[in-house]
Design a protein around this ligand. Structure first.
Ligand SMILES: *Cc1c(COP(=O)(O)O)cnc(C)c1O
Length: 223
């Protein structure tokens, strides 16, 4: 496994998809998801030029955060977060990608020392197993979060089913982008909804074609 080569390959593929989508150069941020590897490999990635690191579990997030404290890293917590763990981690998180309940938003607001950039996780595919708000739950959720000004809703996050076809991916990602635009147009304080967190190793091309601004890529860095 050659980390520098893999980094170059992934970034080139993301840039190619970005160009293909007629989006400006460097408009898509690549989050390297390091949940499969230890801190030394994560550090190698940063040395190879990766800025954004993502972890899906609190304990592993904190391990990497400590081990890479001397590096210039933007930290992403991408997995579901239990309310009781918010206080352990939230003040080290630059972006939280899996906001899936109002109660969790309330806990973040209570524990955060300053506003935290959060993605509202939405389940547009309607798949039972997926976390996140369904489309018809969003209005009430935003209403309930109006006073939680330390929860900065920068955008929407979604995950497509693992086995989705190209057409299904297009449908899910374009629906998410359409929803994001509608929410952004409302211009609600601390809810800019300018960003989209979607796309992983297997589907980032389709995600970028549909307006993603943050892709979360794990496997492709470590083969
Ligand atoms: C693991 C994970 C990823 C990365 O998936 P790959 O298929 O390995 O690229 C992205 N997002 C979340 C929430 C994850 O847990």
């Amino acid at each position: 496994m050659n980390i520098q080569e893999n980094k170059n390959t992934v970034f080139a593929a993301v840039e190619a998809a970005t160009q293909e989508a007629n989006c400006p150069k460097n408009s898509v941020s690549v989050i390297a998801v390091t949940k499969y590897v230890d801190s030394s490999l994560a550090k190698e990635l940063v040395k190879a030029g990766v800025q954004h690191i993502g972890e899906n579990r609190v304990d592993k997030f904190l391990d990497k955060y400590q081990a890479l404290s001397s590096e210039n890293v933007t930290w992403h917590l991408i997995g579901s977060l239990q309310r009781r763990k918010v206080k352990e981690v939230i003040n080290y998180v630059d972006y939280f990608h899996a906001l899936d309940s109002v109660k969790l938003a309330e806990e973040i607001h209570k524990r955060a020392a300053k506003p935290v950039k959060c993605f509202l996780q939405v389940n547009v595919s309607g798949e039972e197993s997926k976390h996140g708000f369904s489309v018809d739950e969003i209005d009430a959720a935003l209403e309930a979060m109006l006073h939680l000004d330390k929860v900065e809703l920068v955008g929407l996050m979604t995950m497509a089913p693992f086995e989705a076809s190209h057409e299904e991916l297009d449908a899910i990602f374009s629906k998410t982008e359409k929803l994001r635009k509608e929410l952004a147009a409302r211009k609600i304080p601390h809810m800019p909804f300018t960003e989209l967190s979607m796309g992983m190793s297997g589907d980032f091309t389709e995600a970028i074609e549909n307006g993603s601004t943050f892709v979360r890529i794990g496997t492709a860095f470590f083969r």
